[in-house]
Design a protein around this ligand. Structure first.
Ligand code: DQA
Length: 154
């Protein structure tokens, strides 16, 4: 019998302060918690026959380590780097080193906010960027990665 190729999970990585979702500035970020998003992301991926590895860290180095891990352990990456989006050359380098597609996600629309949020170090390394659509953005990113994966395995 032919062996089925192993499909790696989609890494959904979240940066600083996103552990406070639901409590933190709900008028901007909504009332949905990160755990809720994790459950919705898992269900969305399952609809595509995929799994997610859902993580959050307040530490830049942990996110760099996970992006490096994704090079050989993920089929794609969804990244909401939080405030590190606007500051981190280390995350830019780690994203550039990815060998799988990356979708950058933000719950809010940083372009409609303070000027310091208008620049992203992640965007130049991303296949696509989704912002301003709240939790839906994570699910759209998973849909997009599933479509890209299907296309690449045709
Ligand atoms: C965010 C936008 C960032 O500017 C901010 O620092 C965050 C959250 C978002 O999801 O809208 O922490 O990435």
């Amino acid at each position: 019998m032919a062996k089925k190729a192993k499909i790696f999970p989609i890494y959904v990585l979240n940066g600083p302060n996103l552990n406070l979702l639901g409590e933190r500035e709900p008028e901007i970020y909504g009332r949905t918690t990160l755990a809720d998003i994790g459950r919705m992301a898992a269900a969305c991926a399952e609809d595509h026959g995929l799994n997610v590895e859902f993580r959050q860290s307040n530490h830049e180095g942990a996110l760099v380590d996970w992006l490096q891990e994704a090079r050989s352990g993920a089929c794609g990456v969804v990244l909401n780097a939080g405030a590190l989006t606007h500051t981190s050359v280390a995350l830019y380098d780690a994203c550039k080193a990815l060998t799988v597609p990356l979708i950058e996600v933000h719950l809010s629309n940083p372009h409609a906010r303070e000027p310091f949020r208008h620049h992203s170090f992640i965007s130049p390394a991303a296949k696509g960027v989704i912002c301003g659509l709240g939790v839906q953005g994570y699910l759209l990113a998973i849909d997009a990665l599933a479509a890209l994966l299907k296309e690449s395995t045709k």
